[in-house]
Design a protein around this ligand. Structure first.
Ligand SMILES: CC(C)(COP(=O)(O)OP(=O)(O)OC[C@H]1O[C@@H](n2cnc3c(N)ncnc32)[C@H](O)[C@@H]1OP(=O)(O)O)[C@@H](O)C(=O)NCCC(=O)NCCS
Length: 178
């Protein structure tokens, strides 16, 4: 098993995979549209077969995980890709990784918590807003749960361990956790 940098040869595959999982190659995060054909990323593969995709963007000292998909679940693929991203992000001066997931995605929430990520905010109604930019976002998700809110997680890259996240600009009725 190997984690490598995403190349131009992976871009069509990445866009198709993201479309298959999230309805289109566009991901809306905190009001911004990101395209899977453009974002940098990592690919995990085994004997040439692609088994997972991570795409990210770095702004200042924060690295956002925009896409994370493991094609075989509970085999450590997600963990391996995030571990490699930590190395990449640290090398580029980042102090933390962060991401949002939707309120229905309980499996992803359990995964991030198991890996030591910290839930730092609930952005109420964010998915309702995102649907205006991306109508393909379904109304209901896993277990028929209405998809309404984004939950934000953060993982500190500081050697000293978790730190308090800097405040983001206040949006709507967001609730930032203490
Ligand atoms: C979320 C996702 C990336 C996790 O990747 P994964 O490769 O299956 O996870 P890993 O095997 O690395 O799991 C690491 C640990 O996280 C925890 N974990 C992972 N999935 C879990 C689940 N469904 N329920 C509870 N705990 C889970 C476990 O502690 C696991 O360790 P263990 O298997 O030794 O017990 C994967 O399920 C996925 O691709 N989901 C679909 C796309 C998606 O929702 N992406 C996230 C969008 S924000």
């Amino acid at each position: 098993m190997q984690v490598r940098t995403l190349t131009d040869l992976d871009r069509e595959w990445a866009a198709a995979l993201v479309t298959q999982h999230f309805g289109s190659p566009v991901i809306v995060s905190r009001g911004i549209c990101h395209h899977a054909r453009i974002l940098p990323g990592l690919v995990i593969q085994d004997e040439g077969a692609r088994l997972g995709l991570l795409q990210y963007r770095i702004v200042g000292m924060r690295c956002e995980v925009v896409v994370l998909i493991a094609l075989r679940q509970r085999q450590g693929l997600g963990r391996r890709m995030l571990s490699e991203l930590s190395t990449v992000a640290r090398a580029q001066g980042c102090r933390c990784l962060w991401l949002i997931t939707t309120n229905d995605n309980r499996a992803a929430q359990r995964f991030y918590i198991a890996l030591g990520w910290r839930e730092i905010a609930i952005h109420r109604g964010a998915v309702t807003e995102a649907r205006k930019l991306k109508p393909e976002i379904p109304e209901h998700g896993q277990d028929g749960i209405p998809i309404v809110d984004d939950i934000e997680y953060e993982f500190s890259l500081d050697e000293a361990g978790p730190r308090v996240a800097p405040p983001l600009s206040a949006v709507g009725e967001d609730r930032r956790l203490p």
